[in-house]
Unconditional design. Structure first.
Length: 417
C-alpha cells in the first residue's frame, strides 16, 4: 500500500519506536514506584497520594505552559523535557529512602510530563500528514496496549534479579533514549518564524491573559469542535472517577480474590490490545465520527455491565467490552483533535482545557470516594456508569450529526468554515 511506503513512514515509524520504548518504561516506573512507597510505609493511603500528584501538577503547570509550548521549537522542547524527566527519575532512584522527597520529585516529574504531552501532540500533528493520522494513532494505541503487558512483565523480571530501584533506573534510561531518538527526528517548524515570534512575544502575565482570551475567543468561533472536546474530556473524567473505585468494587461487591482481580486487569489489557489490532487493520474503513461516538457509547455499556454484574464472568465481559471500545474512542478522538485544532495554537488549547479536566478529575474522584463512604460502592459505581452512558449518548449524537461530517474527513479547520 502506498500509505506504508518507506519514504512516507520512515520518521513516523522511528517516532512510534521511541513512543513504544517510553510507554514500557512508564509502566516499569509506575509499578516500581507504587511498590517502593508501599514498602516504605505499609499504607495504601500513601500509595493513593501518588495518584493525586499528577492532576495537581497539571493544575500548577497548564495555566502557563501552553503559551510557552506554542512559542518554542517543539523538537528542542521535547528533547529537553525528556532529559529533565530522565534526570529527575535518576534522582528519585537515589532518594528512594525519603517519602517526602519522593513526593516532591514525582510532582516535578509530572509537571514536565504535563508540558511534554501537548508539545508532542503538536509535533506529531505537524509531522504526520492528515491522511496518515488515523493509522498512526491506531498504531500508537497498539503500542500503548502492548506496553500494558510487556511493562509489568519486565518489571517482574527486574524484581527477581534486583530491587524496585533498578526498575526506576530503567525508565530513566528509556527517557534518555527517547531524547536521543528525537535528536534524529526532523525539525518540523520554520526557524525564522520561531525566531520572529520570540522577538515580538516575551513571556509575561499580560501575554498569558491575552492567550487565555484567545482560547475563549477560539472556543466561541469553533463551538462544534470545542463541544466534542469538552464532552470527551467529561467522558475521561467519569472513567477516572469510576476506575478509582474499581478495586473496592471488585473486593467488596464481587468478592474477588487477588488472583481473580489480577486476571480482570489483564483482561482489560487484552481488550485494549484486541481493539488496537482491529483499529490498525480497519483504520481506513471506519469513520472517525463512528470511532468516537459508537466507541464511547460501548465504553459506557461496558461500565454498566461491570457495575450491575453479580459474578466474575459478567464483570469480565464488561471490562473486556469497555477496554476494547476505549481503543476505538481514543484513536478517533486523537485524530479528530489533530485535524481540527490548528498546530499553531494547540499548546494553549490543550493546556488550558487540560487544566479544567485535571480540576474536574480531582473533584469527581473525591466526590465518588466520599459518596462511597455514605452509600454503597455498588450504588456509586452504578450511578457513575449511568451518567457516563448519558454523556456518551449526547457525544454520539453530536458526532453523527449529518451536517457536521466535514469535521471528520481531515480537512484543515480553516476550510470547514
Amino acid at each position: 500500500m502506498m500509505c506504508f511506503s518507506l519514504n512516507n513512514w520512515k520518521y513516523p515509524m522511528i517516532l512510534l519506536f521511541s513512543i513504544g520504548i517510553s510507554s514500557i518504561g512508564v509502566w516499569v516506573y509506575f509499578i516500581a514506584l507504587n511498590l517502593i512507597v508501599f514498602q516504605m510505609t505499609g499504607s495504601a493511603l500513601a500509595v493513593a497520594a501518588l495518584y493525586l500528584i499528577r492532576p495537581l501538577a497539571t493544575i500548577v503547570t497548564n495555566w502557563w505552559c501552553g503559551s510557552v509550548i506554542d512559542r518554542m521549537n517543539k523538537k528542542r522542547l521535547m528533547i529537553g523535557l525528556d532529559v529533565i524527566q530522565g534526570g529527575l527519575i535518576t534522582l528519585l532512584a537515589i532518594a528512594s529512602s525519603s517519602l517526602w522527597l519522593i513526593y516532591v520529585l514525582v510532582f516535578f516529574i509530572h509537571m514536565a510530563a504535563s508540558v511534554y504531552h501537548p508539545t508532542s501532540m503538536s509535533y506529531i500533528t505537524r509531522l504526520i500528514p492528515a491522511h496518515q493520522r488515523q493509522r498512526f494513532n491506531s498504531l500508537r494505541s497498539l503500542l500503548d496496549s502492548g506496553a500494558f503487558f510487556i511493562g509489568p512483565a519486565i518489571t517482574g523480571v527486574l524484581f527477581l534479579i534486583g530491587t524496585p530501584v533498578y526498575a526506576i533506573i530503567i525508565n530513566a534510561g528509556a527517557l534518555f533514549f527517547s531524547a536521543v531518538v528525537t535528536c534524529f527526528m526532523p525539525n518540523v517548524e520554520k526557524e525564522q518564524k520561531q525566531k520572529k515570534v520570540k522577538k515580538t512575544k516575551k513571556m509575561s502575565l499580560h501575554l498569558l491573559k491575552d492567550d487565555w482570551r484567545f482560547v475563549i475567543s477560539f472556543s466561541r468561533m469553533h463551538v462544534y469542535v470545542i463541544s466534542v472536546y469538552v464532552l470527551f474530556s467529561g467522558f475521561i473524567v467519569m472513567q477516572t472517577a469510576i476506575d478509582s473505585l474499581e478495586v473496592a468494587f471488585s473486593k467488596e461487591v464481587l468478592l474477588l480474590t487477588d488472583s481473580e482481580y489480577g486476571f480482570l486487569v489483564s483482561l482489560a489489557g487484552a481488550g485494549i490490545l484486541v481493539g488496537s489490532f482491529l483499529n490498525v487493520a480497519f483504520a481506513k474503513k471506519w469513520g472517525i465520527s463512528y470511532l468516537i461516538g459508537i466507541g464511547s457509547v460501548f465504553v459506557a455499556v461496558g461500565y454498566l455491565i461491570f457495575a450491575f454484574s453479580s459474578s466474575f464472568v459478567i464483570a469480565s465481559v464488561g471490562v473486556f467490552v469497555l477496554a476494547l471500545a476505549n481503543a476505538f474512542a481514543n484513536t478517533g478522538f486523537m485524530t479528530f483533535y489533530q485535524n481540527n485544532i490548528p498546530v499553531e495554537v494547540m499548546g494553549r488549547i490543550a493546556s488550558l482545557y487540560g487544566l479544567v479536566e485535571a480540576a474536574l478529575i480531582i473533584a469527581m474522584t473525591t466526590t465518588f470516594a466520599v459518596s462511597a463512604q455514605f452509600f454503597s460502592v455498588k450504588l456509586v459505581v452504578a450511578s457513575g456508569a449511568i451518567l457516563t452512558l448519558v454523556l456518551t449518548l449526547v457525544l454520539c449524537a453530536i458526532n453523527l450529526f449529518p451536517g457536521k461530517q466535514a469535521y471528520y474527513v481531515g480537512a484543515p479547520i480553516e476550510e470547514k468554515g
